[in-house]
Write a protein that binds this ligand. Structure first.
Ligand code: PLP
Length: 406
């Protein structure tokens, strides 16, 4: 009798629903020949949002030089370009050594939590969140404590809730700005208040700013690290969204603020970076050109740009459905609509979106997959072309109409 091979108990509380069982069912349906409209993953390339040509050419030209390992923190030229980028965002005092390049921000989020947490340590994570943060805290043995972002204030972090969730074990606060899944963009005044809380309670700020150029209606982004010169900040960014290059796996972390008391942690980060030798070198070659080159994202988010048009269309069509409301996103690639529980008394939102998939062949992600506490939201990615978006939302509307008549 073979001994069963079970996953580690470390994974017990780890959950990552964006690529969970509903996606598995969708793949199966595609293999059976069904056509699914996918509004589930923020991966621009399959929807005709190619990476800028100069980045692709740079990677091609440099491929012959990219077969060896790089420095474990990353190529010097790429880190220098990131250093200049942080200067452009008014983040003070960042040196080359304060920058670590990784296989996407994802790898660095996991690495940053592994280097920090002991059992019992708590990290404040937004609800809703990009669920990798909650999963990474749990995997590292920590406890995620979710603070609420308030839909009634345009999904702004609720400062009173943040304060209420702090305990002697709280080590850090995660700020995802611009936010996935809500599309919220936080004003500097609010960020300053979060910094003040971190200062008072000696929390590290983890700032996930991967969408800091995907901004609509002429808005601008303030980096929280620029407002926190005396607080330890770890800012994460990369090429995946701003440069539509998810597959290059090129992300980075920047350590800023007062580092004097954090040398031990910073050493830990360096050790973990060394243990995985280095991040994908061809992807690193794209960084300098991307940051210094033509910022084609600006064309996509201009008033008549493709992303703006798709955001507007998806928002207009979704909010026209009875019982559906949605804060209009100011940034990023997502809508997070609310289903009025009086109209849609959903008990299990995973089942709800699985039924949507089975009946209408549209794939979205349930709100609880983003650690939202009620089964009354879902996330829509507005990357598909307008005709596909329209078709998908018509199907969602048809499904919801049947649900109302049940
Ligand atoms: N952070 C947020 C908020 C995201 O939405 C994503 C991807 O969707 C990531 C990080 C991961 O980025 P990367 O491709 O650099 O790993």
């Amino acid at each position: 009798m073979l001994r069963p091979v079970r996953k580690s108990s470390k994974l017990e509380n780890v959950c990552y629903d964006i690529r969970g069982p509903v996606l598995a069912r969708s793949k199966q349906m595609e293999e059976e020949g069904q056509r699914i409209i996918k509004l589930n993953i923020g991966n621009p390339a399959p929807f005709g949002f190619e990476a800028p040509e100069e980045i692709i050419q740079d990677v091609i030209v440099n491929l012959p030089n990219a077969s060896g390992y790089s420095d474990s923190k990353g190529l010097f030229a790429a880190r220098k370009a990131i250093m200049h980028y942080t200067q452009g965002k008014n983040i003070a005092g960042v040196q080359i050594d304060d920058i670590i390049i990784g296989n996407g921000a994802s790898e660095l989020i996991v690495l940053a939590m592994q280097a920090l947490l002991n059992t019992g340590d708590e990290v404040l994570v937004p609800a809703p969140d990009y669920p990798l943060w909650t999963a990474a805290v749990s995997l590292a043995g920590g406890t995620p404590r979710h603070y609420v972002c308030d839909e009634d204030t345009g999904w702004m972090p609720d400062l009173a809730d943040i304060r209420a969730k702090i305990t002697p074990n709280t080590r850090a606060i995660v700020v995802i700005n611009p936010n996935n899944p809500t599309g919220a963009l936080y004003p500097a005044e609010l960020l300053k208040e979060i910094v003040e809380v971190a200062r008072q309670h000696q929390l590290i700020i983890y700032a996930d700013e991967i969408y800091d150029k995907v901004l609509y209606d002429g808005r601008s982004h303030a980096s929280i690290a620029a407002l926190a010169e005396d607080v330890l900040c770890v800012t994460l960014n990369g090429l995946s969204k701003n440069y539509r290059a998810c597959g290059y796996r090129a992300g980075w972390m920047v350590i800023s603020g007062d580092k004097r008391h954090a040398q031990d942690y910073i050493e830990g980060l360096g050790m973990l970076a060394s243990m995985r030798l280095c991040s994908n070198v061809p992807g690193q070659y794209a960084i300098q050109t991307a940051l210094g080159g033509y910022q084609s994202i600006n064309d996509l988010v201009a008033p008549e740009g493709r992303l703006t048009r798709q955001r507007d269309l998806a928002w207009t069509l979704l909010t026209a459905i009875p019982g559906v409301s949605c804060v209009k996103p100011q940034a990023a690639l997502y809508l997070f609509p609310r289903l009025d529980p009086r109209v849609y008394p959903i008990q299990d939102d995973q089942k709800f979106i699985l039924d949507l998939l089975e009946e209408e062949r549209v794939l979205v992600v349930q709100g609880t997959g983003f650690n939202w506490h009620q089964p009354d939201h879902f996330r829509v990615v507005f990357l598909p072309h307008e005709d596909h978006l329209r078709e998908a939302i018509e199907r969602i509307a048809r499904y919801l109409e049947r649900y109302r008549k049940l």
